[in-house]
Design a protein around this ligand. Structure first.
Ligand SMILES: [Zn+2]
Length: 159
């Protein structure tokens, strides 16, 4: 028996599907949404998924994602698909992808790294070593960031 969870369709907005189970709230924080904006938001967590075993889904009415937000979601939810909804139809479906080099989005964890020096206008650059589990290496000092470091920086504190 297959069970399907139905969430009412949205007219205009964005559906982020195939989020790793338990990470929907990080996605909301990346989008800067708290619920106080008055937008209709549906969050579905830990539903069965063929691809991921379990997954989360976030639906937000009236919001279109910016490029930097898509890059951040890719780091936290590398299997996510982003569906753009207009008039209740999916007009665009984008699979996020983690780039081999992440520039300007993350801070190096090494306080002595050149990218953390106030007088050095150097953009941070991290080489992606592995996606699951997430590991990145600073191009300048070799310090490594893991999933918890990235979540703390992009989704604000909670590990
Ligand atoms: Zn560094």
């Amino acid at each position: 028996m297959e069970k399907e969870l139905r969430v009412s369709k949205i007219a205009e907005g964005t559906v982020i599907d195939h989020i790793d189970a338990g990470r929907a709230l990080y996605v909301l924080r990346i989008l800067g949404l708290t619920g106080a904006e008055g937008l209709t938001i549906a969050v579905v967590m830990n539903v069965p998924s063929q691809k991921l075993g379990r997954k989360d889904i976030v639906k937000v009415e009236g919001v279109t994602l910016r490029r930097d937000q898509v890059s951040k979601i890719a780091l936290i939810a590398p299997s996510a698909t982003i569906n753009i909804i207009r008039n209740y139809d999916v007009i665009e479906k984008v699979k996020v992808s983690v780039p081999p080099l992440v520039e300007g989005l993350l801070r190096c964890v090494n306080p002595n790294c050149i990218t953390n020096q106030p007088n050095e206008p150097v953009t941070s650059k991290f080489r992606v070593l592995t996606i699951r589990p997430l590991r990145l290496r600073c191009e300048y000092c070799g310090a490594e960031l893991n999933h918890n470091d990235v979540v703390a920086q992009l989704a604000g504190g909670t590990k």
